[in-house]
Design a protein around this ligand. Structure first.
Ligand code: SF4
Length: 506
């Protein structure tokens, strides 16, 4: 039944897709029989995500190890045996990596009490900024914030006896049973001088290539291996009201010259033998991408690359062509809620029609486009949601985008919405007073009226079903109200004209 999706030449892809489905079944078996928290891309996520209290994690870490914990323990001990480190750095990008990282810390501390352990990474940088939980230090010795280079260099000097404990940089420690934040303000290492990432020692050939979605853009995330690199540090726009614009990873914007970036690319190709690159900026700056493309072409370097951008009008069809010539195969970017009123409230700095023109320029240049979509933003009504889906439908119909994903809006404490809720017409639900561990998402009350029995979760079900079908090229011409038939109320007609995007592109 999958023949339509792969065509006559797609035997390899078809096998990979079926193997992925088989692996997903195996994951179900592991979840049912071995460890209910198991998932391939995250593990025990709910124990850490926006958890004001460390209690759930502490209890899980004190429980007898599951089979998965045992495997992790063996792998950890093997790695320590092989490398004989005196300092171990654990990077936790997401809440779904925290439990395993702390289990590793626990294992190392029990078997090698002299080894020092530091925790850092995206989860720490967003959620543990106000850490006040001494029990975390039963598993690690240091917790560092933001760009890790300066804190880690300071820590190494400290461990070598060249720097006192008061002169650490952006580092939490436990002293006499209490958490203390030490921050000797020192300039960060400029992005230009940060060096080239290395994967030395990682068994990159053993990572799985999964193909769970047949959509060609969507599969880029899990199928095949991409060297990860950033074009800049932080975001050049840093205005979107739902984004952590005040935090270092967004707010500190620094660039490097195209020459430096292409030097890094050459070095990475040499090390890994792989020529695929994923530029993992939150929003890569158009000027820097243009310079990079020109430098790649000047050196005659053949790579394939994709990245994340803001769909701003600087990305003209000519620039899209240039990027495609330099190896760009795909772009992703935020359209968020496809509504000019809400885009303005978000300070996204784009309009729906502008996004249509920019994305169509990419498609015409042979570049696939993925849109990050959002629902449940403050003041978003049922009518807004229906209209936004109508826009999205038209963007698929007019070959502007080939892929998309709907995220439910969540308010974070560090975003402009979380900082000034009244400006967005919402009221925050106070966090527990004794919150000592993670702090990120915060609940809120949005008084915007909805029909009885309807909420954003219910609308989200319809949105996800719609996008899944659109990505497979199905039902794109249908009235969008069909995706909301499960609502216990009449669904309003879209107020967006059916050919609005086609007209904007004409
Ligand atoms: S959402 Fe993207 S474009 Fe907007 S400020 Fe954040 S990183 Fe920048």
């Amino acid at each position: 039944p999958l023949a339509w999706a792969f065509g006559a030449l797609g035997t390899h892809d078809r096998a990979r897709h079926l193997a992925t489905l088989y692996l997903n079944d195996l994951a179900d078996v592991i979840r049912d029989a071995v460890d209910g928290r198991f998932e391939f891309v995250r593990y025990a996520e709910s124990l850490a995500s926006s958890q004001p209290s460390f209690d759930p994690l502490a209890q899980a870490l004190a429980a007898p190890p599951t089979l998965i914990d045992e495997y992790l323990r063996e792998l950890t001990l093997e790695a320590v045996e092989r490398h004989q480190p005196s300092l171990v750095l654990l990077s936790v990008p997401f809440p779904g990596a925290v439990y395993a990282a702390l289990r590793m810390g626990q294992t190392i501390k029990a078997a090698h009490p002299d080894v020092r352990i530091a925790l850092g990474g995206g989860f720490v940088n967003t959620e543990l900024r106000e850490l006040d939980e001494p029990r975390v230090f039963d598993f690690v010795d240091y917790v560092t914030l933001d760009g890790g280079e300066r804190p880690v260099l300071s820590l190494i000097e400290h461990l070598r006896g060249q720097r006192g404990p008061q002169r650490l940089c952006r580092t939490f420690v436990r002293e006499e049973g209490r958490v203390r934040y030490v921050n000797l303000a020192e300039p960060d290492i400029p992005f230009e001088d940060i060096g080239t990432p290395t994967w030395d020692g990682l068994p990159i050939e053993r990572y799985l290539s999964l193909l769970d979605m047949l959509n060609p853009m969507h599969r880029l995330w899990s199928d095949g291996r991409w060297n990860k690199l950033t074009i800049a540090h932080g975001c050049y726009w840093k205005k979107c009201s739902f984004c952590d614009v005040g935090l270092d990873y967004i707010g500190r914007y620094e660039t490097a010259s195209a020459r430096t970036l292409v030097d890094r690319i050459e070095r990475i190709v040499e090390e890994t033998g792989q020529t695929g690159f994923h530029f993992v900026d939150e929003a890569a700056p158009p000027k820097a991408l243009k310079a990079l493309a020109e430098e790649l072409l000047r050196r005659g370097l053949t790579i394939s690359w994709w990245g994340n951008i803001r769909f701003e009008k600087t990305f003209t069809p000519e620039l899209a062509e240039l990027l495609a010539h330099s190896g760009c195969i795909a772009m992703s970017g935020g359209l968020e809620v496809a509504s000019d009123r809400l885009l303005a409230l978000m300070k996204k700095g784009v309009s729906v029609e502008q996004v249509a023109r920019v994305t169509r320029g990419f498609t015409d240049a042979g570049i696939l486009v993925h849109a990050y979509l959002m629902y449940g933003f403050p003041t978003q009504t049922l009518q807004d949601t229906v209209d936004a889906l109508e826009y999205v439908r038209q963007l698929f119909e007019n070959s502007c985008i080939q892929s998309g994903f709907f995220h439910r809006f969540s308010c974070t404490v560090h975003s402009p919405v979380g900082q000034n809720p009244a400006e967005y017409g919402i009221e925050l639900i106070p966090l527990p007073k004794d919150a000592r561990f993670a702090k990120n998402d915060i609940g809120f009350v949005d008084p915007t009226p909805m029909p009885p029995g309807v909420d954003h979760d219910l609308l989200g079900q319809g949105l996800r079903k719609a996008i899944y079908n659109y990505m497979h090229g199905l039902c794109v011409e249908d009235d969008v109200r069909r995706w909301f038939e499960h609502l216990p109320c009449p669904v309003p007609r879209p107020t967006v004209k059916r050919h609005r995007i086609a007209r904007a592109l004409a």
